[in-house]
Design a protein around this ligand. Structure first.
Ligand SMILES: NC(=O)c1ccc[n+]([C@@H]2O[C@H](COP(=O)([O-])OP(=O)(O)OC[C@H]3O[C@@H](n4cnc5c(N)ncnc54)[C@H](O)[C@@H]3O)[C@@H](O)[C@H]2O)c1
Length: 248
């Protein structure tokens, strides 16, 4: 049995998948969770030795608990969580119904809390653990108003809530030896931004001193650091990873 086991949500695609790939390169054992069973199976079919998989819905408490229990059953422990599962909504403010708003909050906010709660219950017993949640740089810019594939109010509000959740849980879980931090990616080339127009992509490139849109691995590098022992004296922080698009 290896010594480090990390649960990654949203593992079937984009940033979550890149996190799994990085963790596996480092010899970490990975519990993959996603609602997309087929993509999950395809993504890591040749990694059976170091990967366990479960499909489920992050907004359902029992699914979150099942993922944590499966990780402990398979690897003997759970040392880290990188929570990437999330949904986008670009619905313009005037077209946005309460039902859509609540759907986004249920997945992005309640789901983040439920998986943190499930993981923390196990970690607290060992007085050790590293948790990473995912916000968005849209929280700083406000998105650009919705539609055209750009973050609308439901998405931006949900990602702002993650900042509060990180800080609240960092205070609650610190005395149990658990660190809780967040990553705040800028525009990153994943299926989530597939609807972005060429103009919007070009505008994002122009905002970054590095002159490019982020790759999933750009974000995964920071997320994986935050579950490593190198980050053991960090908690309650939100780390912006956007090629410098919003500093200053
Ligand atoms: N791509 C970007 O530009 C960008 C920017 C800032 C923040 N983010 C955030 O990064 C995270 C990862 O996004 P991505 O770009 O990799 O997107 P993605 O769409 O490629 O991946 C998201 C994954 O989450 C899974 N998922 C969605 N709802 C779920 C649910 N209810 N239960 C379980 N799994 C569910 C999907 O099946 C998918 O595999 C998200 O939280 C997103 O909001 C992305």
């Amino acid at each position: 049995m290896k010594e480090f086991a990390v649960l990654v949500t949203g593992a079937a695609s984009g940033i979550g998948k890149a996190c799994v790939e990085r963790l596996l390169q480092d010899g970490t054992q990975v519990m993959c969770f996603d609602r997309d069973a087929e993509s999950l199976k395809r993504a890591f079919a040749d990694q059976q030795q170091s990967v366990a998989q479960l499909h489920g819905d992050i907004a359902i408490r029992d699914d979150c608990r099942a993922a944590v229990e499966m990780c402990v059953d398979r690897f003997g422990q759970i040392d880290g969580l990188i929570h990437c599962a999330g949904i986008h909504s670009s619905r313009y403010w005037s077209d946005l119904e309460a039902e859509e708003f609540n759907r986004v909050l249920a997945v992005n906010v309640t789901g983040s809390f439920l998986i943190t709660q499930a993981v923390a219950a196990r970690m607290a017993a060992r007085r050790s653990g590293m948790i990473v949640l995912t916000s968005s740089t849209n929280v700083i810019t406000g998105g650009v108003g919705g539609q055209a594939g750009i973050g609308g109010p439901a998405y931006v509000a949900s990602k702002a809530a993650i900042v509060g959740l990180v800080r609240s849980m960092a205070r609650s879980l610190g005395p149990s030896g658990i660190c809780v931090n967040g990553i705040s990616p800028g525009v990153t080339d994943t299926p989530m931004i597939a609807a972005y127009s060429e103009d919007h992509r070009a505008a994002q490139v122009a905002r970054s001193p590095l002159g490019r849109i982020g790759t999933p691995d750009d974000i995964a590098g920071v997320a994986c650091f935050l579950v490593s022992s190198g980050a053991r004296h960090m908690t309650g922080e939100i780390v912006i990873v956007n090629g410098g698009a919003t500093f200053g």
